[in-house]
Design a protein around this ligand. Structure first.
Ligand code: OSB
Ligand code: MG
Length: 374
């Protein structure tokens, strides 16, 4: 693998509907895309999953831009990596900043799969030709509206419904949806909004609704209190924000702080780290699934590739492009079957065409870095 240059694009894309979580509401997405070129003109693409604000975890689109430009790319240029599997090791001296690292790492995986002319999911060692899909439903303006949105998604065939909750909007939502849909796979995601001592009774009450899981109830980094909560309830805890690298997953499983893991490619720093977590979870009978960050098509395509790995058995938050975007930046758009599945694509690399002229139109900031100058 001989790298020539890397381009950074910041694009702006309005969401079809705003998306509310316990940490805030997103109307527009600003997305950092990377395009990496080898010496023969083959290109690989990735999407940085960092949002605009530091309210999910610490990273933002601007911190990622700076880490990628000032550190990750110069380190890569100096190391002269020969394969995508080496990138995470070369970038290991960078502390934290997992989404910045993940953006660079995943672009090189797409490039490498394209150099070899094989689908990325194949190159990663994926075995599932179809993946199971669920949806994440943001906090709605009323219970009636929530019922309407859930009904629409259940009728589209999605295999699991996840409701975003926050203090004051939790048990009531679950009770309502369960009364209408007693048997669906239903889960909730708190995005770290609760505290163990203050709120434990809420989770004990939620325990009566046969939820598939409760995602990230407490603060990121607080494995100890998650383990205390898991002892108190039957419902499986799933960690999202708390898992930023393999070590977090190993320790969480070791102390029974969770019984399911949501793997997000960006949050864990790329495909190699995601694979390590997936393998360890599989050996320990902990199911995993692929989380989402309201990705446009390129990020979605990487998520599909990762979800084909063994152990990704639970439906992920990888849903159709059309749920979020009027027009996605890839072709064809991500489509979900009436059984709530997505087929792994057969084309080389991420397996979707990049709509470069659309990306140009959406671009608000751009920079090109040559590996020869670094
Ligand atoms: O916690 O899973 C989350 C979106 C933004 C930030 C965090 C999360 C989410 C989602 C959306 O739940 C999942 C999707 O991309 O469909
Ligand atoms: Mg989550």
């Amino acid at each position: 693998m001989q790298l020539e240059k890397i381009e950074l694009f910041e694009i702006e894309m309005p969401l079809k509907d705003s998306f509310e979580t316990s940490f805030g509401t997103t109307h527009n997405r600003r997305i950092l895309l990377l395009k990496v070129w080898n010496k023969d003109g083959v290109t690989g693409w990735s999407e940085c999953t960092a949002p605009l604000h530091p309210f999910y975890l610490h990273e933002t689109i601007d911190t990622c831009w700076s880490i990628i430009k000032d550190f990750a790319v110069p380190m890569l240029a100096k190391a002269k990596v020969s394969c995508a599997c080496e990138v995470s090791k070369v970038l290991a001296p960078i502390q934290g900043n997992r989404m910045a690292i993940g953006a660079v790492e995943t672009a090189l995986w797409d490039l490498e799969a394209k150099e070899k002319g094989i689908p990325l999911w194949h190159h990663l060692g994926g075995t599932q030709t179809e993946i199971n899909c669920g949806v994440s439903i943001g906090i709605q303006s009323s219970l009636e509206k929530l019922v309407e949105v859930v009904t629409q998604e259940v009728e589209s065939g999605y295999q699991r419904i996840k409701l975003k909750i926050k203090p004051g909007q939790d048990i009531e939502l679950v009770k309502k949806i369960r009364s209408i849909y007693p048997d669906i796979f239903l889960s909730v995601d708190a995005n770290s909004a609760y505290q163990f001592e203050r709120d434990k009774e809420i989770f004990q009450e939620l325990d009566d609704y046969n939820l598939l899981m409760i995602e990230q109830p407490l603060e990121a980094g607080d494995l100890i209190d998650h383990a205390k909560l898991q002892k108190l309830i039957q419902t499986k805890i799933c960690l999202d924000e708390s898992i930023t690298r393999f070590r977090d997953a190993r320790q969480a499983i070791e102390i029974d702080a969770c019984r399911i893991i949501n793997i997000k490619l960006g949050r864990v720093g790329g495909h190699v780290e995601a694979k390590k977590i997936q393998q360890f979870a599989l050996e320990n009978n902990v199911p995993v699934w692929c989380g989402g960050m309201l990705e446009a098509g390129i990020g979605r395509a990487h998520n599909i590739a990762m979800s084909t790995l063994a152990g990704f058995t639970l439906p992920g938050d990888v849903s159709a492009s059309a749920r979020y975007w009027k027009e996605d930046i890839i072709e064809p758009e991500v489509m979900v079957s009436s059984n709530g599945t997505i087929k792994a694509p057969s084309g080389a690399g991420i397996g979707f065409e990049i709509k470069e002229s659309l990306i140009e139109k959406l671009t608000i900031k751009k920079e090109s870095l040559s590996f020869n100058d670094l």
